[in-house]
Write a protein that binds this ligand. Structure first.
Ligand code: NVA
Length: 385
């Protein structure tokens, strides 16, 4: 996937302003504009946890939920509302996150309420319910001035994009490009029959076949003209190829080698924080792509998370300590309690802004998962020599 054949050209037509812009205070400004994780943040979508349902059990969950002891919980309670004692503190965390963003002058947009409790079927599968629109990062991939609706690997997330349709329509009307990746069948052929997730130390494997292109938006992380993607149990090679061809000559798509027994989403694994600073998960990334060292980037090792083992985590691992959100090159929103990453960020020249988030993390994801940046002030560039 390393497309060295693509020349480094910041004069590519994609970087010029086009008709897809709007006039703001005398300047041409795209309403959707995000090329990396660190340009100054102007507008963001933050998910909602209200009315969230426990994801119904499905074939993909053995491959993505780290704790085997929770599988029976999902089998029993999938499709039911999360208990109030988990939901309310999670909602408080999200409110605090929104408050911080708005206090920093960022425009915060929210999904449209949608009834996720309905069961549905397609000719290929049936599922008891959807889940919740709490993690827009997984659903919408914003690259430059376009929004790509991801195919989604979980059957229960097949219609999650509906909660963002009103926003996508609005952004489209204001000039953004809006496209949906091929809608997957998610049939029996999509997943390996009899899949058993690897034990720690066994070679990595994922539940997906190459039957159809698949990725979740959070399997992808952007760094200007270079886009990094890791295979996971929601993202296969076919999906990476689709993205590469869709993005075309202005981008280089690189597959990152990761190790994870239950791989799902790249943003607690591999995270270009700002020009010259790549944050990696030491358990999952053993060989960062050579291009970083060659171009003089610092490879920053994420410190061990501090969340106590007793804290309930239903879907994700404690490595959400690195699932932070950059407000700009020098400031990051980080879950409160994660003092080791906070100290490390300070040493690396980034000011951490703490936000209580562990309760949201219990049933969903981190601050990066809970949001998707729609507009950052910056241009498409290459950060590699
Ligand atoms: N699957 C990852 C979460 C990515 C945001 C983890 O559990 O660490």
């Amino acid at each position: 996937m390393n497309s060295d054949r693509i020349p480094h050209k910041d004069s590519h037509p994609g970087s010029k302003s086009s008709g897809r812009t709007r006039q703001i205070q005398g300047k041409q400004k795209a309403v959707v504009n995000a090329h990396n994780e660190w340009d100054p943040l102007e507008e963001i979508i933050v998910g909602t946890i209200e009315g969230a349902l426990v994801p119904p059990w499905d074939v993909i969950m053995e491959a993505t939920v780290h704790k085997k002891e929770l599988w029976n919980f999902y089998k029993e309670y999938g499709g039911e509302p999360w208990p109030r004692e988990l939901l309310e503190p999670a909602k408080k965390n999200l409110d605090e996150f929104v408050h911080i963003l708005e206090g920093e002058g960022v425009v915060v947009r929210r999904p449209t309420p949608y009834d996720f409790s309905k069961s549905f079927s397609t000719p290929d599968f049936k599922i008891k319910s959807s889940c919740h629109p709490s993690m827009p990062r997984d659903v919408l991939l914003v690259i430059g001035d376009q929004i790509i609706e991801a195919p989604m690997g979980w059957r229960s997330r097949y219609h999650e994009n509906h909660a963002y349709k009103e926003l996508c329509k609005e952004y489209f009307k204001k000039g953004a490009k809006w496209v949906s990746a091929p809608r997957p069948q998610l049939s029996q052929k999509t997943y390996k029959e009899g899949f058993i997730p690897p034990q720690e130390g066994e070679p990595m494997r994922t539940v997906l076949t190459e039957f159809e292109p698949l990725f979740d938006a959070a399997d992808v992380i952007k760094c200007g003209r270079d886009i990094f993607v890791a295979q996971s149990s929601c993202c296969n090679r076919f999906g990476i190829r689709w993205l590469e061809r869709h993005l075309g000559d202005g981008y280089r798509v690189h597959e990152v080698e990761v190790y994870d027994t239950h791989p799902m989403h790249i943003d607690a694994t591999f995270y270009p924080l700002s020009p010259g600073k790549l944050l990696i998960n030491p358990e999952r990334v053993k060989n960062p792509p050579e291009m970083f060292k060659k171009s003089g980037w610092d490879i920053l090792i994420c410190p061990e998370p501090l969340m106590p083992d007793s804290h309930p985590m239903y879907t994700c691992s404690k490595w959400l300590n690195m699932n932070l959100l950059m407000l700009d090159e020098k400031r990051a929103i980080v879950p409160k309690g994660e003092d080791t990453i906070m100290r490390a960020l300070k040493d690396w020249g980034i000011k951490p802004i703490g936000c209580n988030f562990w309760n949201f993390e219990s049933i969903a994801g981190g601050v990066h998962c809970a949001s998707v940046d729609v507009r950052r002030r910056g241009e498409l560039k290459s950060y590699f020599s």
